[in-house]
Design a binder for this molecule. Structure first.
Ligand code: CTP
Ligand code: MG
Length: 262
């Protein structure tokens, strides 16, 4: 698909001291079970159009010329299987792939992925395996914004639904509404989220693992007081979470096959 060797043009560092002349890696947390998808194999290993979701996600990262290394964080006992699986599927370009075992929470899995990065990686994209269909333009836009000096970048979209804040209640009791944030001020965030490596590593060192852990890396960076910026996300970067999302993902792949023979 993309047979040319990859190279990165060194760019001047931005005011934030973003790294220059260093490589970009994508860390793909793929160690979740996929409880909300229902019984079956770990979510990242389930097939979409005959190809495991994780393979779609790795290809989506490898398709970006900005990305020279992909670190896949596999289910804790499944790293060998994931290595075999990736060996069986062609990847675009010349991207290197590393596979490491993950942890009990997404936050822990990302931390384990970061720990495996070689020294020459200065920019890290963190991308959910559960967002297998993110277009390359979104990946490129996030990577470019970090290269241009932003320490933390998230792709996001405006919301369709109005959002209510509630007082959660257990069972079937109606939940009292406590507020309605102005929809125009809200964004639904996606991945890949891009970071200056040192900033993200510091966030993972300082923000404690509590309960389920953080589901959003940018949120951890915000807690350091580091500015985070938003770039436009894409509707095809949606997260496969519930069974209906599989139907949508299959439809997106069918549309791609029909329109560009992809
Ligand atoms: N993830 C991970 N390690 C965990 C939990 C989640 O690497 N211990 C990854 C998932 O594999 C997924 C991403 O984080 O790619 C986003 O998580 P989510 O969509 O919640 O996936 P799951 O945790 O697998 O799904 P569920 O919450 O329904 O079990
Ligand atoms: Mg989860």
């Amino acid at each position: 698909m993309n047979a040319q060797p990859k190279s990165e043009t060194p760019r001047p560092a931005g005011h934030s001291g973003a790294p220059h002349n260093t490589r970009t890696a994508a860390v793909i947390p793929a160690a979740g079970r996929g409880v909300r998808l229902g019984p079956g194999a770990p979510k990242a290993l389930r097939a979409l159009s005959g190809t495991p979701m994780l393979v779609h996600a790795v290809r989506a990262m490898a398709r970006s010329r900005a990305v020279s290394l992909v670190v896949v964080v596999a289910p804790p006992d499944g790293a060998a299987d994931v290595r075999n699986l990736l060996g069986d599927h062609a990847l675009p370009g010349t991207t290197d792939v590393l596979v490491v075992p993950g942890g009990e929470t997404r936050q822990e899995s990302v931390r384990l992925g970061l720990a495996a990065l070689p020294d020459d990686i200065g920019i890290v994209l963190v991308h959910d395996a559960a967002r297998p269909l993110v277009p390359v333009d979104t990946v490129d836009a996030v990577a470019a914004a970090v290269r241009d000096g932003a320490p933390a970048v998230v792709p996001a979209l405006p919301l369709s639904d109005t959002v209510k804040q509630v007082q959660p209640r257990s069972g079937s009791e109606p939940e009292p509404v406590t507020g309605t944030p102005e929809r125009a001020l809200l964004r639904a965030v996606q991945t890949p989220q891009g970071f200056d490596r040192a900033t993200l590593v510091e966030a993972h060192e300082k923000v404690a693992l509590e309960g389920e852990g953080a589901t959003d890396d940018a949120g951890m960076v915000e807690r350091l007081g580091v500015p985070v910026v938003v770039v436009p996300g894409h509707e095809e970067a949606f997260k496969v979470t519930r069974p209906l999302d599989l139907v949508l993902a299959e439809a997106v792949l069918a549309r791609r096959r029909a329109t560009d023979g992809f």
